[in-house]
Ligand binder design. Structure first.
Ligand code: ACO
Length: 329
């Protein structure tokens, strides 16, 4: 990170988010399944989640988040030549949700594609976009996390249906010259991992090739909890090792918003002060790939995340997949 060779770095120009209008509170859920606001709050910190309207698809949520991010960046859709969408709930088996968002934005140049890493989708998409931009092949990227998990939830299963919600978030990245210093703006380092042996612990029991159905989300909650707290810290430590930075150097920690207890335990394990945690999980539940950009959009809009701040993103999800991205905002 100390080289003086001119290079390209991916700088954040804007972020945006969108949540469907309809909310579903814990009290309302308690009328559908045998649960309570107290149980959900105590175990997860979730208060309410948003549910997409009938006919409102993942690409529609993603388009709205993308437009908000473009406005925040002061750019037009035409300025974008790369769109990567992290999603596990695409509108269709194909074409990709990214191409549908591309068309909705009126973009006919460049390239758009989906990336599937479940809850880690946004962090994987940031890492992928960053590599494209750093190579010089593309100039400005829209990185989107968009999901409608309400469509793959078994609404009779209280152990999973209380946890998830719908939403979308987006970030605009631009390739800019950099001397490579850690004080310069942009994505400083990214670290991705996966281990496919864990399918049974968190999966959807349907798919085009296996069952020709969409299927429902199934989860061994305790196992997922243990894995999340046990492993996500590895990729955060990798980011520190690659840059020579430490937990104390961070201004903000923006973890995957799955569960308040996982967030707090991960921060504690990493020695990150509680006041540096950005948590929005109480407002939207686990929105999978949308959760990190939703949290970023809230904290950027309310003035917490400011230019020059050091921001650590991390996520863990089905696969398992997990990853981190360290950004000088
Ligand atoms: N309401 C009331 N009671 C419930 C509910 C509910 N919604 N769900 C389960 N229970 C009951 C169980 O049946 C059990 O009852 P029993 O003791 O009579 O058998 C009791 O509550 C305790 O259940 P546990 O599963 O042991 O509860 P736990 O403390 O492990 O909390 C939870 C469950 C919240 C799912 C937790 O394991 C968790 O957060 N896991 C991580 C899951 C997650 O975040 N997944 C997201 C996808 S992956 C990712 O994004 C990282």
């Amino acid at each position: 990170m100390t080289t003086s060779m001119p290079q390209l770095r991916s700088v954040v120009l804007g972020v945006g988010a969108y949540l469907p209008e309809k909310t579903l509170t814990n009290d309302e859920l308690a009328k559908l399944v045998d649960t309570s606001d107290e149980w959900i709050m105590q175990r997860t910190g979730i208060k309410e989640r948003h549910i997409a309207a009938e006919g409102e698809t993942t690409s529609m949520l993603g388009e709205k988040a993308a437009r908000a991010a473009l406005a925040d960046a002061g750019l037009n859709a035409d300025d974008i030549d790369l769109i990567i969408v992290g999603t596990s709930t695409p509108d269709w088996t194909f074409p990709s949700t990214a191409t549908q968002i591309q068309a909705a934005l009126g973009i006919t140049h460049g390239v758009a594609f989906d990336l599937q890493a479940v809850c880690s989708g946004f962090v994987f998409a940031v890492a992928t976009a960053e590599k494209f931009l750093r190579s010089g092949s593309h100039k400005r990227a829209l990185v989107i996390g968009a999901e409608t998990f309400s469509r793959i939830i078994d609404w009779t299963d209280r152990t999973t249906c209380v946890l998830f919600g719908d939403g979308a978030g987006a970030m605009v990245l631009e390739a800019r010259p950099s001397q490579g210093g850690i004080e310069e703006r942009g994505v400083l380092t990214t670290h991705l991992r996966s281990d496919g042996r864990h399918r049974a612990k968190l999966h959807v029991d349907g798919g085009p090739s296996a069952t020709q159905t969409v299927g429902h989300l199934r989860m061994e909650g305790k196992e997922v909890f243990r894995f999340a707290v046990g492993h996500v810290t590895d990729v955060v430590k990798d980011a520190f090792a690659a840059t020579g930075l430490m937990a104390d150097d961070l201004d903000w920690f923006v973890p995957h918003q799955a569960n308040r207890r996982i967030i707090d335990m991960s921060a504690q394990k990493l020695g990150i002060a509680p006041q540096k945690i950005i948590a929005t999980v109480h407002l939207h539940g686990n929105t999978s790939a949308a959760s990190v950009p939703l949290a970023l959009a809230v904290a950027a809009a309310d003035g917490r995340i400011k230019r020059g701040d050091l921001v650590m993103l991390e996520a863990v999800g089905g696969g398992f997949t997990w990853g981190s991205a360290l950004i000088r905002w």
